[in-house]
Ligand binder design. Structure first.
Ligand code: 13P
Ligand code: SF4
Length: 335
């Protein structure tokens, strides 16, 4: 079905994405490639996206890698195959460019757990503290943040804060607790969590470790402290991927969103990978927000250049400062 731009915009208001039927016979990969060239667009995809989206992406990475790519691209359109806060970060770094997200409903439980007005009152209780926020936060929260971080660079960011300064860390209490242990810094933590990384079962993982005695257990720092306690290696998605690639170990139990297993298996085809089990029998370790993006939605979004991520100018200007600081610290650390 072909729609006028106005019709497409009206449809978008109803759903948050363009719910348009597409011809079943078209080759989506070829059509997306054509559109990318025609429109000078780049697709940035997170490791938690479905394999087809990772394959069509120009760059697949973790939150830091994607922000770095967004900061350096000269493409006119950025199609962000990830979630809303990532696309917002790309927009803040590229205010003059069009940033698209296949489905505007692709949010994040962690970002939602720190509503900006409530955080403002919380922050007011600690006027002398530096605010370090995980990139998994809203654009508004970033305007109240001194330095942003991702799980790849968080230790460097915390260590960059003078020792005599207090720190508020938001919104992930699990990453915050891990960083307190790792850096020896006492921090005031906001009590947000990622609904995906909270789901891993200590009991089932311990059983899996017994079932696969040669396997290493590797985990993302958004997991709960008692799960991290038994991990052989802790790191961001790209650090986990790199560890699987370079380690001499042949088997891994992986506690993060299973989308990453696609790149792990690609770069280490002979290694055995097991997704760490969640507490229930549902597929709760899959991020429902990341999985809202489909190849069809991505194709339609690129074709109609909708939905676009739009931010107010003052949010862009104030929110960007903490992202620039994070990129500067990462560069100095060689990340
Ligand atoms: P990283 O990709 O930075 O490791 O973050 C994981 C995550 O939960 C992204 O939403
Ligand atoms: Fe947010 Fe967790 Fe999904 Fe990442 S995996 S986007 S932190 S809900």
């Amino acid at each position: 079905m072909k729609l006028s731009l106005q019709e497409a915009k009206n449809k978008l208001i109803e759903n948050g994405f363009l719910d348009i039927e597409i011809d079943k016979d078209i080759n989506l990969f070829e059509e997306i490639e054509k559109l990318k060239k025609e429109k000078n667009a780049i697709i940035l995809g997170h490791y938690y996206q479905i394999p087809a989206i990772q394959d069509v992406s120009d760059f697949v990475g973790d939150s830091l890698g994607l922000a770095q790519k967004a900061a350096e691209t000269d493409a006119e359109i950025i199609m962000f195959a990830g979630v809303h806060f990532m696309a917002e970060t790309a927009k803040m770094l590229n205010p003059g460019k069009k940033v698209l997200l296949p489905d505007l409903n692709a949010g994040c439980s962690l970002a939602n757990s720190a509503p900006a007005p409530i955080f403002k009152s919380f922050k007011a209780q600690y006027p002398d503290h530096i605010v370090v926020s995980y990139v998994n936060s809203s654009a508004e929260l970033k305007t109240m943040t001194d330095i942003c971080c991702t799980s790849s660079n968080a230790v460097h960011v915390i260590n960059s804060v003078p020792k005599d300064k207090g720190i508020i860390f938001a919104p992930d209490r699990n990453l915050g607790a891990y960083l307190m242990k790792k850096t020896g810094r006492d921090m005031i933590l906001w009590h947000g969590v990622c609904q995906v990384h909270e789901m891993f079962s200590w009991e089932k993982i311990s059983q899996a470790m017994q079932d696969h005695p040669g396997a290493e257990f590797i985990a993302h720092p958004e997991c709960e402290p008692h799960v991290l306690e038994i991990a052989d290696f802790i790191g961001s998605t790209s650090q986990l991927l790199n560890h699987v690639k370079t380690s001499d170990v042949e088997e891994f139990i992986v506690a993060t969103e299973p989308g990453i297993l696609y790149q792990m298996q690609k770069s280490a085809p002979d290694k055995k990978l097991y997704s760490a089990p969640p507490t229930t029998t549902c597929a709760c370790n899959e991020c429902p927000f990341m999985k809202m993006n489909t190849l069809e939605k991505l194709y339609i979004a690129l074709k109609y250049e909708l939905p676009e991520v739009v931010l107010e100018q003052n949010i862009i200007e104030e929110g960007r400062v903490c992202i620039d600081r994070m990129l500067e610290i990462s560069k100095k650390a060689g990340l």
